[in-house]
Design a protein around this ligand. Sequence first.
Ligand code: C5P
Length: 237
Amino acid sequence: MERPLIIALDLDDATKRKSLLDQFNGESLYVKVGMELFYREGRQVIHELKESGHHIFLDLKLHDIPNTVQRTMKELASLEVDIVNVHAAGGKKMMSAAREGLEQGTHAGSKRPTLIAVTQLTSTDEETMQSELLIQQPLNEVVRTYASFAKESGVDGVVCSAKEVPLIHDACGSNFYTVCPGIRRVEDAVGDQKRIVTPKQARELGSWGIVVGRSITSAKDPYSVYHQMKKDWEAKI
Ligand code: C5P
């Protein structure tokens, strides 16, 4: 799929999720299933979303010892979702193990899920990274290096702030996927995100995909906000 706008289904119960998706009248969407939803409803929700024709980014951000990540990715591959992810902070061995697990778990004739890595969460700014994670390099340098390590480990792309896309393309080439949360319209509340841009700015910066949660899920009219943001995202630049 070309440059998706991915809706983060961060809703606290199944009724709210269903009523959100019902508003789209069978339109095929790209949705992000995060920890909240997957830990509540498990594999069943993936089957339901796939049956309804939606593409799925399963955002579980694995970060564990390589063996556990490999075995878990093998399990996740059998769900036949489109994108899965790990934290690059887990290191190169862990990222390679994730890729291996995905290959082992992908059924013959099916497409292996795209594997992406989180460099730094978009809710983390440089001050927090330095004072709480004790990583002293500049944030951009950390993102660039983590992205290069991800690529060396067989990862297909990264989750990153749209503002980091140019430096990631510079380090890893323009075919390296960049999936960008931290997206807001000018009129939206920022919430806990720290490094935000609009869909149009994300496009101009070269993002491959964007992830939008609360701007759509908390809107009075999610359908029209989605289409407004999609139009902004897809506009010629
Ligand atoms: O509501 P909002 O648009 O801020 O939602 C962003 C979504 O993207 C959330 O589901 C969040 O977990 C996810 N995400 C993020 N930053 C990352 C990786 C994922 O905000 N680096």
